[in-house]
Design a protein around this ligand. Structure first.
Ligand code: JEW
Length: 242
């Protein structure tokens, strides 16, 4: 997987790309990330990349010419999936991360100020993606979120993702509570079942905790699932009625 990032503040991405799973994915040649400075494609003597809005109004947007030149250079083959991060995009989800991890070449365009000229969207953007319903000051951090989520599901990048998937319910439910040593800390005890060594009971307990936590915190997620009779029994016993 090759990812080109086009940004006005490329330095925002560097430390995260050099850390942890993303670093290892790149060292293992599963992932190649190149961050480019949009200003390198500016042509006037002031290297300007932004301009005022036609029709008036406060603020600036990124002008089309530098972005068109940059994307012509970065997408010479014409095969890249070109993504613009914006609050107006398709919501980013784990399944979208998994789908994008199968692409060979992504280009992530990071806007700044009040966004980009609409003609960039019309002509050059394959997909607009939103990482959530809040307004960032630019697309760089959103791009980083995408790269991080995609990087850790790349085939062979983690070795842990496959094993994380061993919990058959980890895709659809919130995670269950985790504990490590000591068994008692400041008067708080680790649930007895986890100390029992009884793997079937442990798995049942974890499943029930995940189900209850999802019902409590994310009823919207639960709504999308087909609940079994056992699930309903667990939820009713915990005082959740449907
Ligand atoms: C995000 C890129 C570029 C993505 C998610 N858009 C916009 C906008 C901004 C300020 C004022 C008016 C409009 C900020 N902004 C961005 C925000 C991505 C840009 C400029 C972004 N949240 N925020 N999910």
């Amino acid at each position: 997987m090759k990812i080109d990032v086009l940004a006005l503040f490329p330095e925002i991405l560097a430390p995260a790309l050099q850390t942890g799973i993303l670093r290892r994915a790149q060292e293992a040649d599963k992932l190649a990330v190149n961050v480019h400075h949009l200003r390198d494609w500016a042509t006037d003597k002031h290297q300007s990349v932004d301009d005022y809005l036609y029709g008036g109004g406060a603020g600036m947007i990124l002008k089309p010419a530098p972005i068109f030149s940059a994307l012509a250079d970065l997408n010479r083959e014409g095969t890249a999936h070109v993504i613009y991060l914006t609050p107006q995009g398709t919501p980013f989800t784990q399944s979208l991360a998994e789908a994008l991890s199968l692409e060979t070449h992504l280009i992530l365009l990071c806007g700044r100020y009040k966004g980009i000229d609409e003609r960039v969207r019309d002509r050059l953007i394959t997909t607009e993606i939103s990482i959530g319903d809040y307004v960032l000051s630019g697309g760089e951090i959103a791009a980083l979120v995408l790269i991080d989520a995609i990087g850790r599901v790349l085939p062979g990048a983690l070795g842990d993702y496959e094993s994380a998937q061993v919990d058959s319910f980890s895709n659809e439910l919130l995670d269950y509570p985790h504990y490590t040593r000591p068994a008692e800390f400041k008067g708080m005890h680790v649930p007895e079942v986890l100390l029992s060594g009884h793997h079937e009971n442990i798995e049942r307990w974890r499943y029930a905790e995940a189900l209850k936590r999802t019902a409590e915190r994310r009823p919207d997620l639960l709504q999308q699932l087909e609940l079994s009779a056992e699930d309903v029994a667990i939820l009713e016993a915990a005082g959740f009625c449907r």
